[in-house]
Design a protein around this ligand. Structure first.
Ligand code: HEM
Length: 393
C-alpha cells in the first residue's frame, strides 16, 4: 500500500540471499508478476539490497509474518493512520471493534442496507454511458461507483467530480512522486470533510464513530480526514481493482458468463480466484520490534519487512499451476491479509464486486469488448485501468 513506503537503514548485513531487484522501482512495479518467480527458490527471507529491506515471497513465510503482530509491528504506518493499520495492541483492537460495529456495511449480516444506494448509483452511471462509442468501463463505471459507495458508507454523500479520477493520482510513479501527488490531494480531502461536517448526517455518523474511537474527545477535521483517507486508500482502489480484474477475466472466459448467470454459488469461487491471481494490494510492510525468525531464517530487530502478497498467492509450493485461473482451489489466498490487521472491508468489497458483476451480466451481450486491456499499476497495487467496450443498443 502506498502509505507503507519508507526505508530504514539496517545495521546488520544480511546472511541471506541478496536479490538485485528494487521493489520501489518503476521497473518492478510495472510488472510485479514477471519478477516474483525468481524469488521462491531464494529461501524464506530475501534481503533486497537496493530496497534496503527484508522481504518474504513465499506463502508460508508471508503467513508467519502477518500472524505475528507482536514481533512484526505495523505501527510505523502511523504517519498516515494511527487509528487502525498504524496502531498496535489494545488501541488497535478497540478501534477495529468500533469500526466494525458502527459502519454497518462492514458487517457481513447487514450488508444489504447498501443495496438501494448501490442500485441508484449504478443506474445513474449506466444511463450516462454513450451508446455506439467506445468507453472505458473502469473510468466510467468501476472507479466512480466504488469511490461513491465508500464515501457514502462513511457518511459523505457529495463526492466532487475530481475525486472520481482518484486512481489517476496514484497511477504508477516513482515512490516519492506518487506520495507527493497524493498528499497534495489530501488538502482537497480536508476541504471535502470540513464541508461535509456542516451537514447534519455526517456530523451524526462520522463524528459519533470517531468519538467512540478517540476516547480523548473529538477528532479535529484534519484527523477526520485522515480516517476517511485510510478508508479511501485501503478500500476504493483495491475494490475497483478486484472488479476491473474480474470483468477482464470474463472477457477472456466467455463460458463463465453463463455459468455465473446460472449458478449463484460460483461467483464466490470466481471472485476468490480473481483475488488470488491478481491481488489488488501487492505488498504490505512490517517493522521488526525484536529479532525475528521466519522459517529457518532470522531477521534482525529494527528491520523493515516487505510482505509480497501477490507473490505468496502464486507460490508454486501451495498453488498448482499458480498462473492459471482455476476457481474452487482448496488453499486460501491472502489477498485481504491475515491475523490482527486482516482487512475490515473484505465483505463489503466482495459484495460490491458481486453486485457489479450481476448488473453487468444483465447487459453483457450488448458489450463489444476490446481485445486488450491495459494494466496500469499504482504504487504497490495491481490495477487494470483500461477496459474499453462499445455498448450497443
Ligand atoms: C478487494 C478489496 C480489498 C483488498 C484486496 C484489501 C486488502 C487489504 C489488506 C491486504 C489488508 C492488510 C494490510 C496489512 O496487514 O498490512 C487490509 C487492511 C485494511 N483494509 Fe482492506 N482491502 C480491500 C478492501 C477494503 C475496503 C472496501 C475497506 C474499507 C471500506 C478496507 C479497509 C481496510 C482497513 C481499514 C484495513 C486495516 C485493518 C487493520 O489494521 O486492522 N479494505 N486490506
Amino acid at each position: 500500500m502506498l502509505f507503507s513506503i519508507f526505508k530504514k537503514k539496517s545495521t546488520e548485513r544480511p546472511i541471506y540471499k541478496v536479490a538485485d531487484a528494487d521493489i520501489y522501482s518503476k521497473e518492478f512495479q510495472q510488472n510485479f508478476y514477471k519478477h516474483y518467480p525468481a524469488f521462491y527458490d531464494l529461501g524464506d527471507v530475501v534481503f533486497l539490497e537496493k530496497s534496503n529491506c527484508y522481504a518474504v515471497f513465499r506463502y508460508e513465510s508471508a503467513r508467519t509474518v502477518l500472524n505475528n503482530h507482536e514481533t512484526f509491528s505495523s505501527s510505523h504506518l502511523k504517519t498516515v493512520d494511527a487509528v487502525l493499520l498504524g496502531a498496535d495492541g489494545k488501541k488497535h483492537l478497540r478501534n477495529k471493534k468500533v469500526v466494525l460495529q458502527n459502519i454497518v456495511s462492514l458487517n457481513r449480516e447487514q450488508l444489504h442496507t447498501t443495496n438501494d444506494f448501490f442500485h441508484s448509483v449504478f443506474e445513474k452511471l449506466w444511463s450516462s454511458l454513450s451508446v455506439d462509442s467506445s468507453v472505458n468501463i473502469v473510468d466510467k463505471l468501476v472507479n466512480p461507483l466504488t469511490l461513491t459507495l465508500i464515501f457514502h458508507e462513511l457518511g459523505i454523500h457529495q463526492v466532487p467530480e475530481e475525486w472520481n479520477v482518484f486512481s489517476d493520482k496514484t497511477t504508477l510513479k516513482t515512490k516519492s512522486e506518487a506520495i507527493a501527488e497524493v498528499f497534495s490531494d489530501w488538502n482537497l480531502l480536508n476541504d471535502l470533510v470540513a464541508h461535509n461536517l456542516k451537514e447534519e448526517h455526517l456530523r451524526e455518523k462520522l463524528k459519533r464513530l470517531l468519538q467512540l474511537i478517540n476516547s480523548e474527545g473529538w477528532y479535529s477535521p484534519e484527523e477526520l480526514s485522515r480516517f476517511v483517507r485510510l478508508f479511501i486508500m485501503a478500500g476504493a482502489e483495491t475494490t475497483a481493482s478486484l472488479i476491473a480484474s474480474s470483468i477482464y477475466l470474463l472477457t477472456q472466459r466467455s463460458n463463465d458468463v453463463e455459468r455465473l448467470r446460472n449458478h449463484s454459488g460460483y461467483v464466490t469461487d470466481f471472485l476468490n480466484e480473481t483475488l488470488r491471481l491478481y491481488a489488488p494490494a501487492q505488498f504490505t510492510f512490517r517493522y521488526t520490534e525484536k529479532e525475528a525468525v521466519v522459517g529457518k531464517q532470522k531477521i534482525p530487530a529494527g528491520s523493515v519487512v516487505a510482505i509480497a502478497i501477490g507473490a505468496a498467492n502464486r507460490d508454486p509450493a501451495i498453488f498448482e499451476q499458480p498462473d492459471v485461473f482455476m476457481p474452487g482451489r482448496t488453499a486460501k489466498h491472502i489477498a485481504f491479509g491475515m491475523g490482527r490487521h486482516k482487512c475490515v472491508g473484505e465483505y463489503l468489497s466482495a459484495y460490491l464486486a458481486q453486485m457489479f458483476l450481476g448488473k453487468l451480466l444483465l447487459h453483457w451481450e450488448r458489450f463489444d469488448f476490446a481485445k486488450e486491456a491495459t494494466v496500469n499499476n499504482t504504487v504497490f497495487a495491481y490495477k487494470v485501468s483500461n477496459l474499453n467496450a462499445t455498448l450497443r443498443k
